[in-house]
Design a protein around this ligand. Sequence first.
Ligand code: GDP
Ligand code: MG
Length: 176
Amino acid sequence: MEEEHSQDYLFKIVLVGDSAVGKSNLLARFARDEFYASSKSTIGLNFKLKKLVIDGKEIKAQIWDTAGQERFRAVTAAYYRGAVGALVVYDITRRPTFENVSRWLSELNSHSDMNVVTILVGNKTDLKESREVSTEEGKALAELESLFFMETSALESHNVVAAFETVVKEIYDILR
Ligand code: GDP
Ligand code: MG
């Protein structure tokens, strides 16, 4: 029924993490079920809207992706402003991207006035042979920082929807 959808929710969710961990491909997979074998840079600020229905309520997730500024650690305040959710992404095949997670978390916290619902995402699980960060290490960091945790593969479409939905559902539970 139309009435059931009359209350609209719009949640701003940001993707953060080092360059080339797979942020843009996680979003492409979630928003359009697509994957790109090579990195495509985008120009300016970039976001995608994805509609979800939770408890019969229509929720619009406005998911922001960087245009590559993270390479220079130059993600602006405007990027974080108003965000209620975040995916902090690292690449399980590159340990330095995992070691930088705490820096991304403090950057996220310093730019937001509220508690941002955050999930730690270890991406590229399809690259089993090159794994440098164990699942246990990811879990332990998530517990330490009180974050949700999931390992994903944007390539194989593993856990991608689940990761985004975990954040959206938690925000909905807090705000309703
Ligand atoms: P971003 O800089 O964090 O936005 O990363 P991109 O989404 O541009 O991805 C960087 C590179 O990693 C690209 O070559 C992607 O094709 C690749 N990539 C992204 N996700 C995965 C994944 O789950 N598995 C594999 N094998 N490669 C991935
Ligand atoms: Mg990108």
